[in-house]
Ligand binder design. Structure first.
Ligand SMILES: [Zn+2]
Length: 276
């Protein structure tokens, strides 16, 4: 065959079509296997947590940020702040959907599902999702699961409530969603009316600090409220969440970030009385 020797244009077109073909098939494979793989949780893949800040121009905070989450909550470093007050929570039942975002399972409320109030500002409940194992650690201890409840103020400020779980009795909220989680897909799936009030906090004690989103773009200025009480979740429930997300995202916890400059406040209802 001397076809290529005699026709440089043919060689050129042939190479171009090879490139297009390989690009097309890898793109197709990617959307089939994992269409959310812009970032991963595995170092050494080029897209792991240490590289997040280099993947997209507006993800720079992931590596340059000074108040990145999650962090280790060290009891000896927190300051007790009675003036923080009890977390004002006013949730109500509303229509919701579940979706598999590839890197996590998210429940999103479509109607008015209520709000929390921090320093006089209302933050409306938007969605919640799970990380396994937990992202925040308590005095260096990592737990089995962490729920993030995302709220938004009218001006776009983000307030997240985090609840951590260790293996034990099933979590009532996940029990309600169990079968939907198992069959969740990329498309939103109707859950009907979901009452966020079913999410149990179990304690009035909480940590408060200003940090960031724990996934790209790692946006800073997020108001974190981490409930002190470690609740329980069954192994089966965590397994269902891990099996539902895409391959490679079974563990979807960002490592804890440098927290030297971050002030962590702690609220407890009473000094001597409060067992909750
Ligand atoms: Zn999260």
């Amino acid at each position: 065959m001397n076809f290529f020797h005699t026709n440089p244009t043919a060689i050129f077109l042939f190479l171009i079509s090879l490139i297009l073909l390989s690009y097309h098939s890898s793109a197709a494979l990617e959307s089939e296997v994992d269409d959310e793989s812009e970032f991963t949780y595995t170092e050494g893949t080029g897209k792991g947590p240490k590289k997040w800040g280099q993947i997209e121009a507006d993800w720079k905070a992931c590596s340059n940020g000074k108040m990145q989450s999650p962090i280790d909550l060290l009891d000896r470093r927190v300051q007790v702040f009675p003036s923080l007050g009890k977390l004002k929570k006013d949730y109500k039942p509303a229509p919701a959907v579940v979706m598999n975002r590839g890197h996590d399972i998210t429940v999103k409320w479509k109607g008015d599902a209520g709000k929390i109030n921090i320093n006089g500002t209302d933050y409306k409940l938007q969605q919640c999702h799970w990380h396994s194992p937990s992202e925040h650690t308590f005095n260096g201890s990592r737990y089995d699961l962490e729920l993030h409840i995302i709220h938004l103020s009218p001006t776009g400020e983000i307030a997240v409530v985090g609840i951590v779980y260790k293996y034990g009795h099933p979590d009532p909220f996940l029990s309600k969603l169990f079968h939907h989680i198992k069959s969740s897909g990329k498309e939103e799936r109707d859950l009907g009316i979901i009452n966020p009030g079913v999410i149990k906090f179990g304690s009035r004690k909480y940590y408060r600090y200003i940090g960031s989103l724990t996934v790209p773009p790692c946006t800073e200025g997020v108001i974190w409220t981490i409930v002190k009480k470690v609740r329980t979740v069954s192994r089966e429930q965590v397994r269902a969440l891990r099996e539902a997300v895409h391959d490679g995202f079974e563990a979807n916890a960002r490592p804890t970030q440098q927290s030297d400059g971050i002030a962590v406040q702690f609220y407890t209802p009473t000094v001597n009385g409060g067992s909750t």
